[in-house]
Design a protein around this ligand. Sequence first.
Ligand SMILES: *Cc1c(COP(=O)(O)O)cnc(C)c1O
Ligand SMILES: [Zn+2]
Length: 426
Amino acid sequence: MTTVADAPTPRAEASPTYDFGPATGLVCRECGAVYDLGAAYACMECFGPLEVSYDFGTVTREQIEAGPSSLWRYSALLPVSAGSVDEPNLAPGWTRLIHAHNLAEELGIQTLWIKDDSGNPTHSFKDRVVAVAQSAARRLDLGTLSCASTGNLAHAVAAAAARGGMKSVVIIPHDLEDGKTVTTATYGGKLLAVEGNYDDVNRLCGELIGDPLTEDWGFVNVNLRPYYAEGSKTVGYEIAEQLGWRLPKQVVIPVASGALLTKVDKAWRELIELGLVEDTEYKVFGAQAVGCSPVEQAFKAGHDVVRPVKPNTIAKSLAIGNPADGPYALDVVRRTLGSIGAVDDDAVVDGIRQLARTEGVFAETAGGVVIATLKQLIASGELDPNEETVILNTGDGLKTLDAVIGQVGPTATIQAHVEDVRKALA
Ligand SMILES: *Cc1c(COP(=O)(O)O)cnc(C)c1O
Ligand SMILES: [Zn+2]
């Protein structure tokens, strides 16, 4: 039997009829061993995680700018493209970058931008990673999309499978928000709620990969993880392009598995390498909730190893106690001279309300974590309020209404009389 700790032999091999764009293979992040493109995620030599390797050739700004208004404009920088009608998908990405004047003024920060990924088709940044993984699944002839999810990924996988005419089996902890379970279930795939937390779900998926039952399943964040993770790079590409092909000085990114944080950095290094942006220095900051802050704890303690924790926070989309990319996130933050903050649940709710009140953006709990962390980093002097800063809002508040229910409500409940309005507003 295969467990997560064993390195499984890849069963699905790349079909020669499909195009993997500039991707050349999979490479071990630890020992550098190289593998053919396939549904593999762990090195057979050292169990290290695999990452897509590329031969980009020449890529120009004009070529990208002429592309579609979705993440597929960056096909030349991804392991797959899916521009054709033969590959129906949700075409996520190209979300807005908001100049947040009002919030900036309240926080005493000079230039603040919000990359608002709540505008994706299923209202979180997870549509990006799923689009790339789905495209890889097609190329590997895997007919069922699956995942271990903290909620947003469940929603994104179920919707992408429906749109793409694929089956789906989505596995989640049993105690997620209705905004994530009801939405996911409506797309008609299979939804399994496990009596356990995300880390139990993830372990189960690792075991399922060795089972004949899952022969044609692509677990987007397990055996397709190298492709999935590349989807996160598009957040970084878009920020740079939307700023007029340049990098900001500081960025604050919510951390669950740590993939998004590491891939925004990877995207910017690629853009520098390709000569698409000027080589300027930037600092990467991470944001976690106190109730699940294994990466922040390792950062503060000066450790390279991330010790697993048992999550207990309202920020369920970030509640991964044993983050796969935690050590790599630490590397990025330390290399760029950033840092990682952690904030409590009350501060998360305040952050959600402040962002809504100042910018008209209703964020989910992960967005609240970012706003609260931004404030903490300014107060501690770790983030410089005089340098241009981008923060990420990765999900829509409509999915986590529970966070604010009971905190807000009607100003008054009145009779339909002008006099009552006058009194209520006095
Ligand atoms: C998954 C998720 C993240 C972070 O993702 P990782 O790549 O696992 O760190 C951030 N915000 C939201 C809303 C998410 O769903
Ligand atoms: Zn290796």
